[in-house]
Design a binder for this molecule. Structure first.
Ligand code: GDP
Length: 443
């Protein structure tokens, strides 16, 4: 699965190869290829439209990252959006505070609902969650027997009342039985029809209202492609689902269903079925699926690494530290190095309005002071850097640092006093970015 999609997307990357950056013109062609690739993979048209417009927005707003080619960057943007569309992280099954957790299975006939019921029971059993399966499909010949056989195979009990009792009643009694048995989870298999059918929907709605499930999972057959989107919408509107299991992901279908479900319903895919055997069930991870779809894991990693260098979250963490006055010499050193990476202090100062009038020798003095400050911080132990108060209290520590860095004790004391004052001031001002009165800077 997804081989065709990955191959098609190749054409999209090609459109950007050899370009020096992503632009409004060259992105058009690339987006057209992505669009075609998704449509061919049977992704719902509405989903494709949303996807493309989001990717376009991200691509045009993307900063050039050094060491990353535009086509590589585009792969990463498409990857991120795939993950985003599929739900970012794995969505676990519901678990009730007081057992039993009730899981309702819904879906059309032949999608793999009964098989998925057993797969899920086995999965939970492996997680040390005991199960009871409830057979309410009184319409399809042999549906009850099928569940009983599967139950024997995986050693999970099945509750049934034959074919002559109303499914709503069977579900209700099944949950009561689960409570009586003290099992952790009860999974209710329901009847499906070949098509969406008002009677089936009404019955399902009634079962849902009666048993109040913690999870209502729609079982979607990956082979149904476009139809999966319509199905998801209808079930979600009429019954209200909390998640989906996409079955037959092992087959030669084109995989579009996996991309459509969450976008259409807002509910996550929780598991995928990857074979006929009861063991063939896997929790769904959007990032792994996106990697599989693109078949470009190495490029994604490359871009991620490059992006880390300019990671904003670092700045956010720093700001939080400042606000809580947890800002220490380690952070200080990091900021200083960042400043150095930007070029000479003189160069940086020129960019700041009002600062460009500072004379050359003042700046020169500033550079020297920064170097000296760095030398003193480098002579501190890890513990001291993390806890500047230790230094304020201990003359012997300050003496050691002075000796180690080739500075006077007075200089070390001044650095610590300046630092402490700066930290208090930064906290007061709630400043995030700048460093007012940074010790070692001309001020
Ligand atoms: P139900 O009518 O929705 O309960 O469907 P069943 O559980 O009876 O499954 C219908 C058919 O699909 C059976 O032949 C299953 O073995 C098959 N099936 C179910 N899940 C999967 C899957 O993940 N992969 C494959 N290849 N076949 C599956």
């Amino acid at each position: 699965m997804f081989d065709a999609l990955a191959e098609r997307l190749e054409d999209a990357w090609k459109k950007l190869r050899g370009q020096d950056k992503i632009s409004e013109t060259n992105i058009k062609e690339a987006l057209k290829e992505v669009r075609r690739a998704l449509l061919e993979a049977d992704v719902n048209l509405q989903v494709v439209k949303t996807f493309i417009s989001e990717v376009e927005k991200q691509a045009l707003g993307a900063e050039v990252i050094s060491g990353v080619r535009p086509d590589q960057q585009f792969v990463k943007i498409v990857y991120d959006e795939l993950v985003n569309v599929m739900g970012e992280s794995n969505a676990p099954l519901a678990q009730a505070d007081t057992p039993p957790t009730v899981i309702l299975m819904a879906g059309l006939q032949g999608t793999g609902k009964t098989t998925a019921t057993a797969k899920l029971a086995l999965y939970l059993r492996k997680e040390k969650r005991s199960c009871l399966m409830v057979a309410t499909d009184i319409y399809r010949p042999a549906a009850i027997d099928q569940l009983i056989t599967l139950g024997q195979q995986i050693d999970v009990p099945v509750f049934e009342l034959g074919k002559d009792v109303n499914p709503v009643e069977i579900a209700k009694q099944g949950v009561a039985k689960a409570r009586e048995m003290g099992v952790d989870t009860v999974i209710i298999d329901t009847a499906g029809r070949l098509q969406i059918d008002p009677e089936m929907m009404a019955e399902l709605a009634q079962i849902k209202a009666t048993v109040q499930p913690h999870d209502t999972l729609l079982v979607v057959d990956a082979m149904t492609g476009q139809e999966a989107a319509t199905l998801t919408r209808t079930f979600h509107e009429e019954i209200g689902i909390t998640g989906a299991i996409v079955t037959k992901m092992d087959g030669d279908s084109r995989g579009g269903a996996a991309l459509s479900v969450r976008c259409i319903s807002g509910q996550p895919i929780k598991f995928i079925g990857v074979g006929e055997k009861v063991e063939a069930l896997q929790p769904f991870y959007p990032d792994r699926m996106a990697s599989r779809i693109l078949n470009m894991g190495d490029v994604v990693t490359l871009v991620e690494k490059a992006q880390e260098e300019i990671d904003l979250s670092d700045a956010m963490a720093m700001q939080e530290k400042i606000l809580e006055a947890r800002f220490d010499f380690n952070d200080f050193l990091k900021q200083m190095r960042l400043l150095k990476n930007m070029g000479s202090l003189a160069g940086v100062m020129k960019l700041i309005p009002g600062m460009n009038k500072i004379s050359g020798d003042v700046l020169q003095k500033g550079e020297t002071q920064l170097k000296q400050t760095e030398a003193m911080i480098n002579s501190m132990t890890k513990e001291e850097r993390g806890n500047p108060d230790l230094l304020a209290k201990s003359p012997s520590r300050r003496r050691r640092i002075a000796q180690g860095s080739g500075h006077s004790e007075a200089e070390v004391s001044k650095l610590i006093a300046d630092f402490t004052r700066m930290r208090a001031m930064m906290k007061q001002m709630g400043m995030g970015g700048g460093m007012p009165g940074m010790p070692g800077m001309p001020g």
